[in-house]
Design a protein around this ligand. Structure first.
Ligand SMILES: Cc1cc2nc3c(=O)[nH]c(=O)nc-3n(C[C@H](O)[C@H](O)[C@H](O)COP(=O)(O)OP(=O)(O)OC[C@H]3O[C@@H](n4cnc5c(N)ncnc54)[C@H](O)[C@@H]3O)c2cc1C
Length: 389
């Protein structure tokens, strides 16, 4: 049988992990990215134990370990700093990794079986009655398998599963890493970091690496009810300073030390209903992975972890398809991922509802921290696919 070929569309976390994973199991992979070069995302990303296990299954755990910082147990505080929920050592914690370091981990895993084509913005898909294909309007590429890892606004998903619609999650979210050389000094009981909730707002901070490490610094993430802010970063930062004025130290100092260029705003949207994660075509098929398949609220912090699970499961089911049926493998992928994502999305929605409640009905004080623990447990419970017999 001739070599199996795959096209992976999008070089974000899902696409890079999937392309490397397939290449390492004998597929000939072409990675298409619309940007003019492969670029790491900005700031840092939390990867929960399920994501770490997925990276392990993809053969990248050692590379991750060398650049990841385990996040300490932080408990939950009120805006005035009083403890709302104590630390609980039985609840799993994520590791924190700079996006540039994570990008290096993926690049080290691509090997020489992946052809990278940048500046290729996919505009056409299919038709599904023929061999899987995508095109940019000028060139069409076809393969046995096309993986749509093209993010929340996925062109492939819109074509393959038009009923899946993006809806706003109802809040805006920001992240930043303040490089060590201008990070404020943290001391006392808040030196490891803190997680604080109040009236629909959330602020988390912790150290990324140790002082002196080149891509390290103080990482923070904030969520605020409402829509994404269209203003320039300088204005967004001024608004964040106003919204979190009066919150416990060192939140004010962290926002004061943040420069507009450190700030990354995340547009939080989720897919309803979820699309089918695989679509048959003549002689092969299409799969969706990462945010293209299951963009969801960011409070659970699992976008990257779930994307890595997708890549690990795709690698697992398609390893057999080097000889066997791609249709059967994709059916298994769709079934396994739909079960996992549907379950997790339900937890994630409950957490959102609790964290976003405001005023007299704010339940942050009682339920939200417990839900946060429950979501952490639900995220971590994923088991990596075992070796094929
Ligand atoms: C600032 C920030 C912080 C985050 N922090 C966390 C965190 O702490 N923990 C966590 O789990 N998740 C986090 N997330 C979410 C997480 O990063 C995403 O869920 C994850 O990166 C999804 O990756 P993806 O590869 O599916 O999509 P993307 O990263 O969006 O990648 C899609 C890629 O496809 C390319 N593309 C798009 N359309 C086309 C096209 N038509 N043709 C060719 N290429 C195309 C894009 O250029 C892009 O490179 C964060 C997100 C942001 C923005």
């Amino acid at each position: 049988m001739s070599e199996r070929t795959a096209i992976v569309v999008g070089a974000g976390i899902a696409g890079l992990a999937t392309a490397g994973g397939l290449a390492r199991t004998g597929w000939k992979v072409t990675l298409l990215e619309r940007a003019d070069r492969l670029r790491p995302g900005r700031a840092a990303v939390q990867i929960w134990p399920n994501g770490v296990r997925a990276l392990e299954s993809l053969g990248l755990a050692e590379a991750l370990e060398s650049v990841a910082t385990p996040m300490p147990q932080l408990g939950v505080r009120r805006p005035d700093g009083r403890i709302l929920h104590p630390t609980d050592d039985t609840v799993p914690r994520p590791v924190l990794v700079h996006r540039a370091d994570l990008h290096d981990v993926f690049m080290s895993g691509l090997g020489d079986q992946v052809e990278i084509r940048t500046g290729f913005a996919v505009r056409t898909v299919g038709p599904t009655s023929q061999r899987p294909s995508v095109g940019d309007g000028a060139t069409t590429c076809s393969a046995d398998l096309v993986v749509g890892a093209d993010g929340t606004d996925s062109m492939l998903r819109r074509r393959l599963a038009p009923a899946a619609t993006l809806v706003s999650a109802g809040y805006a979210r920001w992240r930043a890493v303040i490089p060590w050389f201008r990070a404020p000094n943290l001391s006392g009981e808040l030196a490891p970091g803190a997680e604080s909730f109040g009236d629909g707002h959330r602020f988390t901070f912790t150290a990324l690496g140790t002082p002196g490490t080149s891509r390290g610094g103080l990482y923070w993430a904030a969520a605020v009810p409402g829509a994404a802010r269209p203003e320039p970063p300088e204005t967004q930062l001024a608004l964040l300073r106003r919204w979190f004025a009066g919150w416990h130290a060192p939140i004010g100092d962290l926002l004061a030390a943040t420069h507009p260029e450190d700030l990354v705003q995340e547009t939080v949207r989720e897919l309803r209903p979820l699309p089918a994660f695989a679509h048959a075509a003549e002689h092969g098929g299409y799969a969706l992975a990462g945010d293209a398949a299951h963009a969801m609220s960011a409070h659970a912090g699992q976008g990257a972890g779930l994307a890595l699970e997708d890549a690990a499961v795709l690698q697992h089911v398609l390893r057999g398809a080097v000889q066997g049926s791609i249709g059967d493998a994709l059916e298994e992928y769709a079934r396994v991922r739909a079960a996992r994502i549907t379950r997790f999305a339900a937890h994630s929605r409950k957490l959102d509802a609790a964290l976003q409640a405001r005023g007299r009905f704010s339940v942050s004080g009682r339920f939200a921290p417990r839900l946060l623990d429950r979501v952490a447990l639900a995220g971590a419970e994923w088991v990596a696919p075992g070796p094929r017999p």
